[in-house]
Every structure is written in structure tokens, then in C-alpha cells.
Write a protein that binds this ligand. Structure first.
Ligand code: NIG
Length: 412
């Protein structure tokens, strides 16, 4: 065998995630007790027991990383973030703690539109400077790939500025970024009372400009009584598909609005939130193979009930993914391990299902075939955790156990 560039050895177990969401998650995690991972060319080249290493696999050029009896798994994939923004909304947080709701705050001129004002006033460089420490925190938690949405620009110039900031960020951080256009996040102030005209602007100008520059892989929309209607979502997402952007949507978050059914009808990659999803919506997601992205940190942060029915979604055969939803309004946290804990405590997932959701489940949601898994040939994004098994991650609530993080085979 050609010598390995790196050998990760002395693990308690390596989770290679070679199963599917249709089998029990414990089985799908594919735990390999005391296995080693060999890396070459930034990819997983070999997984097995040390005593089974093929001749020639390790030579004087092979770097050896001792996992000191700890667990190794793929880098986390965060499938839902709003990482790029200016300003902050701690006053809204305080108001919610005193009883105000997310919607009341939005109706009083705060909420998403307050972040839009701050983001429009910031330059691309300023947005990058502000986002970098957030991205660094994600990385420290073991996130090696993250989706990032626009949605605080809400006009051609500022949506492009946000997505260019995402592109610039990806050159400055080892975290791989997957950009999403979310121009239909809210109706901007200058279009108040003229929402159809804003949807027209999205379809006719923002979307084509973003597609032309190749700035986004997905197009997302907030379907909600206070945001956009299912018909508006249909119009935008069908146009997005025609330009090569895969549809996603924020659905059934604050009210039950048929978001899941719509995602299934449109063949969306994901529908995110789902606190208020209907039984019919759950069945539709399973049939259409749409990933359900759960973001329980925002259910917590907004002091809402219920949490999304993760248990029912899994039992219906839906691929479930888990994200931080880091954003200034509904989830000001990069703490993915906290999301794992909440997924178990409040969404009803098992520890194995939560771990799947933050790795392979999330990679599949983003269409990343060789991420969130450590099969031979996959990208060598991996994390050595300071614990011996995955159950410790949700159990030690909100605590960071990522000890060493590798992106494409390099310690970062
Ligand atoms: O995913 N629900 C809509 N969008 C974000 C919140 C954004 C904000 O409040 O700034 C979310 O929770």
C-alpha cells in the first residue's frame, strides 16, 4: 500500500456513518471499536484495526495522531446558519425574557428588519470581520462544513454583498461553506404594503444576479403568516430551480402553514424548523425524501413550545438533520453540542439519531455525498473528541468535547 500521509490511532471507536437514515441510527453510525483512520490526499484512505494495517501503509513520512483512547467521528456539518450579519439584538432577548414574543417584537419594528438595517449599513469587509469569530467558534465545536444564508440584505446590492462576504469568508477559514440565497426572509421596509412587488424583485433581479455570479447553491424562503405565502414560495422556488439553485424553506415554525407539504410538492432539499408540522406534512416529507432540519436552539431561545417532533419524523422514515441556526434574533449561539442535547431532551431523538443528524444527515441535506461520513474515499474531515463514545456529547449538555479538528486531513 502507498504510505499514508496521516494515521489517527489509539481510538476508543471510530464512527464512519456508513449506514442510511432508514436503518436504526445506532447501526447507521457504524462504530468501529479501536479502529484507526488513514488519510492520503485529504481523503480517507483506510479504516481498520492497527494490527491489520497493510504493509507499507506507514513509513517515516506518515504523521501519527494519537487519539489517546478517545472517540473519532466525521466533522460536524451545520446545515442551517445565518452567520453573516451586523448589529445585535440583546435587547430583544431581554424583552422576550420579560414576556414579549418574537412576532410582537418584529411587528414593533425589531426582529429581522433591525438586522437588515445594520447589515445594509456595513461593508462586505465589515461583515467578513464580524462573521470570522463566529465561524471560528463553530470550528472549535467541531464543525468543518457549514451552510450560510443571506437574508439580511433584501435588495440586489445587499444580498449580493452578503453572499460575496460568504465567498470571501470561505477563503479565510478552513470551514467549508455552502451558500444559500434567502432574499425572501422578510418583506423589506421600503416594500411595506407592496409584497408582490418585492417577490417580483426577488424573481426578476436578485435571483438571476446571484445565479449569474454563482454565489449560491440553494434558494430558501421563510414561509410564515408574517413573512411569505406558499404561493409566493412556489413562484420563487420554481424560478430558483430553473436557474440551478435547489429549493429549501423555513416552514411550520411559528404557525402551521403547510410548509412541509409545500417542500414535498416542490422537491425541496430541506424544510427547516417544523415545530408546528402536521401529521400529513410528516408523511409528505417521508414520501418525497425531503430532509427535516431541526434547530432546537431557536425553539429554546424563542421560549416556544412545542419543539419539532423529531421522534415522529424519524419513525416516519424522514432523514433528520440538526443545525445551530446561529443568528442574532432566534438563536445567538454556535453551540452545536447544545443542539445535540436539546435534540435528545426535547425533539425526542436518541443520542445516535442526534449524532447522525449533525453529521451524515446534515451532509445529505446539503447534497454533500462524501461529507459527514468516514468511508474510504470520503473527505478526511474528522474530529477527535475528549470522550470515549458519542452518547457523551448530548449528555454533557452544551459542553465542547472537540479536542482536535481536521479539515481535509489537516489539523486546523
Ligand atoms: O431561522 N425564521 C426565520 N429566520 C431565522 C431568524 C432570523 C432572525 O430573527 O434574525 C430563523 O430562525
Amino acid at each position: 500500500m502507498e504510505p499514508l500521509a496521516l494515521l489517527v490511532r489509539n481510538t476508543s471507536e471510530v464512527l464512519t456513518l456508513e449506514g442510511t437514515h432508514r436503518e436504526p441510527a445506532e447501526q447507521a453510525l457504524t462504530a468501529r471499536p479501536r479502529a484507526c483512520v488513514g488519510v492520503r490526499g485529504g481523503r480517507v484512505a483506510w479504516v481498520g484495526r492497527e494490527e491489520e494495517l497493510p504493509p507499507g501503509a506507514v513509513d517515516s513520512g506518515t504523521e501519527v495522531l494519537d487519539a489517546q483512547g478517545c472517540m473519532v467521528g466525521p466533522g460536524f456539518v451545520d446545515p442551517h446558519t445565518h452567520l453573516v450579519f451586523a448589529g445585535e439584538r440583546s435587547t430583544e432577548f431581554d424583552l422576550r425574557c420579560q414576556g414579549a414574543t418574537y412576532l410582537e417584537i418584529a411587528q414593533a419594528g425589531g426582529g429581522i428588519l433591525s438586522t437588515v438595517r445594520a447589515t445594509r449599513a456595513a461593508s462586505q469587509e465589515e461583515l467578513v470581520r464580524l462573521a470570522l469569530p463566529r465561524l471560528q467558534r463553530l470550528l472549535e465545536y467541531g464543525v468543518t462544513t457549514a451552510e450560510v444564508k443571506s437574508g439580511y440584505g433584501l435588495d440586489v446590492e445587499n444580498e449580493l454583498k452578503m453572499l460575496r462576504a460568504v465567498r470571501q469568508l470561505s477563503t479565510l477559514s478552513p470551514v467549508e461553506l455552502v451558500p444559500t440565497l434567502l432574499c425572501a426572509h422578510a418583506v423589506p421596509e421600503e416594500y411595506k404594503g407592496r409584497r408582490e412587488e418585492y417577490v417580483e424583485l426577488c424573481v426578476r433581479e436578485i435571483l438571476p444576479a446571484v445565479a449569474k455570479e454563482g454565489l449560491a447553491r440553494f434558494c430558501d424562503i421563510f414561509v410564515e403568516q408574517s413573512a411569505f405565502t406558499p404561493d409566493e414560495a412556489r413562484r420563487l422556488l420554481i424560478a430558483a430551480k430553473a436557474l440551478g439553485l435547489r429549493p429549501r424553506l423555513h416552514g411550520d415554525q411559528l404557525t402551521s402553514g403547510g410548509g412541509a407539504e409545500l417542500a414535498a410538492e416542490l422537491g425541496a432539499a430541506t424544510v427547516d424548523h417544523l415545530e408546528q408540522v402536521s401529521e400529513a406534512g410528516i408523511r409528505a416529507l417521508a414520501t418525497a425524501d425531503v430532509t427535516a432540519v431541526l434547530v432546537p436552539t431557536s425553539t429554546l431561545f424563542l421560549r416556544m413550545r412545542p419543539y419539532a417532533p423529531g421522534r415522529k419524523l424519524r419513525e416516519a422514515g424522514v432523514n433528520v438533520a440538526l443545525g445551530t441556526n446561529v443568528n442574532p434574533g432566534s438563536a445567538m449561539t454556535e453551540n452545536l453540542p447544545l443542539a445535540l442535547g436539546l435534540a435528545c431532551l426535547e425533539n425526542g431523538l436518541t443520542a445516535a439519531e442526534a449524532y447522525w443528524a449533525a453529521t451524515r444527515g446534515a451532509a445529505l441535506a446539503l447534497g454533500l455525498a462524501s461529507h459527514g461520513r468516514l468511508a474510504v474515499g470520503d473527505i478526511a474531515d474528522l474530529v477527535v473528541f475528549s470522550c470515549s463514545n458519542y452518547r457523551h456529547l448530548p449528555y454533557h449538555l452544551g459542553v465542547n468535547h472537540a479536542r482536535t479538528v481536521l479539515k481535509a486531513g489537516r489539523v486546523v
